[in-house]
Design a protein around this ligand. Structure first.
Ligand code: AMP
Length: 425
């Protein structure tokens, strides 16, 4: 709703729309002139913290000249130890269902499937082949019954298939790839000292990476696997410690992951046998295609892969073909890409910015009375300007964009969630 003209203020970084500062920072480092690099390195908090903790940045000059996404990531060896992929056989009551009944069940849950090895959707977590501890953990978390994407996605993934899934945020899609990750991890050899993760989840933004790892940790805290999140904008020290301490599940943004993978003795992908990509379409929109491909190339080719995407542009189709191979299962729940039926949408078109602003400021109090208000604008500078305008008018508002320091981003989300501010721009 704020005017779209570029502001006179220069963006803090060249990658003004980059949402993963680890990646932006590495790119900046990789392309900066040597003197500029020196200056940058002198003031880089993350490096200071990292070296204080005894971890050294292993970029050498040759690597610095390359974009990080093209850096040769350490390849896993060509001789792989076996891993256990198939971990699920449907219980008799599901295996015995007539195809017509399976079809009816899917229709009732608004699930469409395509591919080979199609398994009937489960009706309860008890049919998912989970051990008693996992079932207890699900109960403690209040997850009584699988959501539709879990009902179809969990058994399909547990059966070892590569999966392309399309489901909305809020559908329980995180658990649809985290629960199979837990079962997958439980069936593999335990991590030895300094081995990297067994399950890797890639997400486009820090907020999503944090959200996924917090969802995973709801369950993990009752179980054995450890899960940590690796994303830019915060000190690497704690992330290094979590990685080196051994985390079976790592949730990462691509830029920061490449950043840590190119550092000495931090982590490696040699044990990864389960990969999940969340919001793959957004990941590509944000320019992470090379980074994602580079990471996946450094993982053994026979790993299991699950890819979630809300839309299917040609670039995502190509990625699916390359990462999932020819025999993956497609699962689509609901009308993905369309509006959620629970959301009423109203569009208003204004003749000019003044009319739009007039409507916005006069209507905002009604929206605030009804609940929390999210406002989207085009530019980061417009966020700051609108928050300033709102605050001047006495509205409790806060801004969120990629140029903010991570603690300010956390604070903004926290303030909005706790309703101590009413508007998030
Ligand atoms: P997601 O779509 O993964 O972002 O999940 C949305 C919300 O649904 C999260 O708060 C989850 O904790 C919750 N959730 C996920 N699975 C279930 C379930 N089976 N039963 C109840 N809540 C769930």
């Amino acid at each position: 709703l704020a005017p779209d003209e570029p502001s006179s203020r220069a963006p803090r970084r060249a990658e003004a729309d980059e949402d993963d500062d680890g990646f932006a920072l590495a790119l900046e480092r990789a392309t900066a002139a040597p003197e500029a690099r020196q200056r940058r390195d002198d003031v880089d908090d993350e490096d200071i913290v990292a070296s204080a903790a005894g971890y050294e940045d292993e970029y050498d000059d040759t690597r610095r000249r390359q974009a990080p996404s093209e850096l040769p990531l350490p390849l896993v060896s060509t001789s792989y130890e076996p891993f256990e992929r198939v971990a699920y056989a449907p219980p008799k009551e599901l295996a015995d269902l007539a195809p017509e009944d399976v079809k009816k069940r899917r229709e009732a849950l608004d699930i469409r499937v395509d591919g080979c090895n199609l398994i009937a959707p489960i009706e309860r977590f008890g049919q998912g082949g989970f051990d008693v501890d996992t079932l207890k953990a699900l109960k403690r978390c209040g997850f009584e019954k699988p959501t539709p994407i879990q009902a179809q996605g969990v058994p399909t993934t547990l059966a070892g298939c590569n999966v392309l899934a399309m489901a909305k945020t809020g559908s329980g899609k995180t658990l649809a790839f985290i629960l199979p990750a837990l079962s997958h991890v439980a069936r593999q050899r335990a991590l030895s000292k300094h081995e990297g993760p067994i399950a890797l989840v890639l997400a486009p933004t820090r907020e999503l990476a944090r959200q996924i790892s917090s969802e995973a940790n709801k369950i993990c805290k009752h179980l054995r696997p450890r899960c940590c999140a690796i994303y830019g904008g915060v000190s690497k020290t704690d992330q290094f410690k979590a990685l080196r301490g051994g985390a079976e599940i790592v949730v990462a943004t691509p830029g920061r992951l490449i950043d840590v993978l190119t550092m000495k003795n931090c982590t490696n992908l040699s044990r990864v046998t389960y990969v999940a990509l969340d919001e793959a379409d957004r990941m590509l929109d944000m320019g992470f295609e090379k980074a994602v491909r580079s990471i996946c190339r450094a993982i053994r080719p026979d790993r299991q892969c699950v890819l979630f995407s809300a839309t299917m542009p040609p670039s995502v189709k190509r990625l699916c073909r390359d990462l999932l191979g020819d025999t993956f299962v497609t699962i689509c729940v609901g009308d993905v890409g369309a509006a959620n039926a629970d959301v009423q949408q109203v569009a208003r078109v204004f003749v000019d910015d003044a009319a739009r602003a007039q409507w916005f400021f006069s209507t905002l109090p009604q929206f605030i009375d009804a609940g929390q208000v999210l406002v989207f604008v085009t530019h980061k500078n417009s966020v700051d300007e609108l928050v300033h305008d709102l605050t001047t008018r006495g509205v409790r508002a806060v801004g969120l964009h990629g140029d903010l320091e991570q603690h300010d981003r956390h604070a903004a989300m926290k303030a909005f969630k706790s309703e101590s501010v009413h508007v998030l721009v």
